[in-house]
Design a protein around this ligand. Structure first.
Ligand code: 2BA
Length: 109
């Protein structure tokens, strides 16, 4: 068994959870925050059999888009002005960042 952890953009999270339910996969959605953008994103925990991993990765790929996002400048507020970028910077975010972990034991009580 594997645990797939996928960090996706909030905009894609409903579409992805609908697609997982349609394909009879069980998932848990956690509200999360990106360390760099400090914006909300969604982390899916999906427990699957080893042979189902590729199918789930395909569903994630199909339902999560990559997008450009603007990072607003943050005032240094008396801090180090050397690293201050006074204009918004565009970064490419997602599709999805996916971790696949081995599961030692799985129980439901
Ligand atoms: P954030 O940390 O908010 O990052 C959003 C996007 O900003 C990243 O997109 C990347 O394009 C850019 N970025 C991140 N750190 C950067 C840096 N130090 N310098 C320049 N640009 C940077 P993605 O790579 O698609 O990541 C989307 C979200 O997935 C991340 O949101 C974070 O929540 C998660 N993530 C990505 N890599 C991770 C990792 N190795 N471990 C844990 N979470 C990760």
């Amino acid at each position: 068994m594997k645990l797939i952890m996928a960090v996706v953009q909030d905009k894609d999270s409903n579409r992805l959870s609908d697609a997982l339910v349609e394909n009879e996969f069980q998932a848990t959605k956690l509200a999360s925050t990106g360390g760099f953008l400090k914006a909300g994103n969604t982390t899916f925990m999906i427990g699957v059999k080893d042979k189902e991993v590729d199918q789930v990765l395909e569903i994630i790929k199909e339902n999560c888009q990559s997008r450009e996002q603007l990072v607003a400048p943050i005032s240094p507020m008396g801090g180090n002005a050397d690293s201050y970028v006074p204009y918004p910077v565009e970064v490419q975010v997602g599709g999805a960042t996916v971790f696949i972990l081995p599961v030692e034991q799985f129980e439901k009580f």
